[in-house]
Design a protein around this ligand. Structure first.
Ligand SMILES: NC(=O)c1ccc[n+]([C@@H]2O[C@H](COP(=O)([O-])OP(=O)(O)OC[C@H]3O[C@@H](n4cnc5c(N)ncnc54)[C@H](OP(=O)(O)O)[C@@H]3O)[C@@H](O)[C@H]2O)c1
Length: 237
């Protein structure tokens, strides 16, 4: 899909990867970008093509309103995400698993349900920013992994449902990106600018499941070659 002239909606557009995507979409000639933020005011203003939209993706009412005001959409980037860095059993944050599932799975699903009708009419694409931890559980972040794994399966289902309507659905599975979310993760981390380019390259490429960065690609190869050996290695991290 061509980026020039597209009408995009990016969630979590105020910082991290989302802010980078917003900037790059404008640079690449997007006609309009709806910038989803939980609180208006966090965006650098200026470009008249940016339409700030107050939206918490777990709030169905807000999501429905946003979709009814964005019927010209051709590209949805579900970027908003939550990582509470918790294991699954011995947690110090008993609500983490539910909160991550609400944002990463149900929030993304809310967006896809609400915006699919416009995309079916206009044609276009959805990109879901998932994580390599959708494919493996890093013990210290296993509850995040579960929510991203659920979102990966949901994305596969939506891809099949939307294929007959000329709507492409892409999963992007990054390794660590250099944002606030991974501030406690040791390097190497993918610079935001590189991550942004990889997301937009996915849109122009042909793969529907894209592994971003060396770590994600190594894990994907490890899973294909010897799943058990890879899991044993991850247990030591
Ligand atoms: N950073 C990494 O290492 C890494 C690795 C793999 C995948 N990812 C994925 O990449 C995506 C972007 O993450 P990031 O690294 O840019 O993280 P980030 O800097 O922590 O930004 C997260 C963004 O999501 C928004 N958000 C969180 N909950 C939301 C909700 N309920 N409704 C709407 N927006 C919400 C945040 O809004 P507020 O500003 O209002 O909090 C913020 O804009 C996420 O899906 C993440 O899981 C990141």
């Amino acid at each position: 899909m061509q980026i020039e002239g597209c009408v995009a909606f990016v969630t979590g557009a105020d910082r991290g990867l989302g802010a980078g995507l917003l900037e790059k979409l404008l640079e690449r000639g997007a006609r309009k970008v709806y910038a989803g933020v939980r609180k208006k005011g966090g965006l650098a203003d200026g470009d008249p093509r940016v339409v700030p939209v107050e939206i918490d993706i777990t709030n169905v009412e807000q999501v429905t309103r946003a979709a009814s005001n964005a019927k010209d959409l051709t590209l949805l980037i579900n970027n908003a995400g939550l990582n509470r860095t918790q294991p699954v059993l011995e947690t110090n944050d008993a609500e983490a698993a539910r909160a991550e599932m609400e944002v990463n799975y149900f929030g993304t699903l809310n967006m896809m349900r609400a915006f699919s009708p416009a995309l079916k009419t206009n044609g276009g694409a959805i990109i879901n920013i998932l994580s390599i931890l959708a494919r493996v559980a890093l013990p210290a972040m296993a509850s995040l992994s579960a929510s991203k794994a659920a979102a990966l399966r949901m994305t596969e289902g939506a891809r099949a449902e939307l294929a007959p309507h000329r709507v492409r659905v892409i999963s992007v599975l990054p390794g660590p990106i250099d944002t606030e979310m991974s501030r406690d993760v040791p390097p190497p981390k993918i610079p935001v600018a590189e991550a942004v380019d990889a997301v937009l390259a996915a849109l122009e490429g042909e793969q529907d499941e894209v592994y971003m960065g060396a770590m994600a690609q190594e894990i994907a190869h490890g899973l294909a070659a010897d799943r058990q050996a890879l899991h044993a290695r991850l247990l030591t991290l």
